[in-house]
Design a protein around this ligand. Sequence first.
Ligand code: ADP
Length: 478
Amino acid sequence: MNANRETDQTLPAGCGEIRKLLVANRGEIAVRVMRTARAMGIQTVAVYSDADADALHVREADEAVRLGPASARESYLDINKVIAAARKSGADAVHPGYGFLSENAAFVSALAEAGIIFVGPPQSAIADMGDKSAAKMRMQAANVPLVPGYHGDDQQDDLLQAEADRMGYPVLIKACAGGGGKGMRVVESAREFAAALASCRRESRAAFGDERMLIEKYLTQPRHVEVQVFCDSYGSGVYLFERDCSVQRRHQKVLEEAPAPGLTPSLRREMGEAAVRAAREIGYVGAGTIEFLLDAPQPGSESHGAFYFMEMNTRLQVEHPVTEMITGEDLVEWQLRIARGERLPRQQDELTLTGHSFEARLYAEDPDNDFLPATGVLERFRLDLAGGGLTARQVRLDSGVAEGDEVSMHYDPMLAKLISYGPTREQALETLLRALAALEVRGVTTNRAFLSRLAGHADFRAAELDTRFIERHHDSLF
Ligand code: ADP
């Protein structure tokens, strides 16, 4: 099945014709990727665990291969099983979605060895961005602004303390090998530094087998603004503008929007160009996101605030639909076209930003009970567009479930994403609120009402955003 590709000298390495695509994921993203594949005339293969034998993504696919038992480790995270499924089905490419194996460099190498296309970046780019300290050094080389801090190899406790004292408190200690907020602590004063460092080292040693730390100035009210980039295999890159994902709960995004409110055209361009430089520095190919912290401008100042590189996500993001809404581009189509060796579908000056879009993440969880994951059978799950006075052009529902499905506790509790579009931020927000109200869910507890309170909050309407929004408004949200 791979003979064609190997003899095709005209395409860059890792690219080739895609007739059949295996989607190595589940839930809404698997369904969403298949939708575009189908529209492009590509056959689709689903993979599933025993808990997902009847899941929506299996029903949507042309064919499906069982991976194993319910546990992710024995199914969606098992590299050998996913590759065996690709071989068995004759798929010539694998789309990893997000999560699971999407940023696993070993998986990318194993696919290459099997002669199967990975719809994503080269293995080296994933590895380069996997270590926070190494990533910062690369970004420095590409002239991408970094949060002031220390990310050197000398790891003596005294030196780290001296660096923290020099930059001034509060500082943030971060594990170089970290992820998911592990091995990370805010330190308010010099007195607390040594104990915090020791505890971060312990946590990181246990979680990642590595105790290297970096220190950053802790920004007290930053916004999370990230730039969508795309590169092809011929060295060209573009940015598809930015998303504001400041509204987070425990570093988990809850509400996202594009564009980021209040960005001046010049800041947008600066951030976009920095993001493309970052991607090119590491020889990136495909869809990627550069996450920045945007420091709030000083009150009364003319400056728009400084932005700093935080990390790069080397995959399609959960929140990619808001970018699709404001650009009119299909990002999965871009990914597949680049993976089959095409050039970027558009040049930078052909990309335009129109209107505004929001995304709300619907989780099976109970906000009134410490966000405990919820399970059950979805007795009812519908979006009554007409009843809400809405049209299909204004609202998009990307769902991994349908009415009658069972929601289990095995995987991420995100059920669906509700995406709204409007000519202005106000109109898109009004549409989101109406769509949330028009969404009927019964049988499983969700965060729907919480999302409505968040989106309807006066400060959210006023776009007064920063990463501590939920924490700060706790009393009025719960
Ligand atoms: P992880 O990889 O563990 O998720 P990140 O480096 O991505 O860690 O940081 C997680 C979150 O912590 C960010 O989304 C941001 O909200 C916050 N954060 C990170 N660095 C800083 C900083 N220097 N100042 C303030 N907040 C930060």
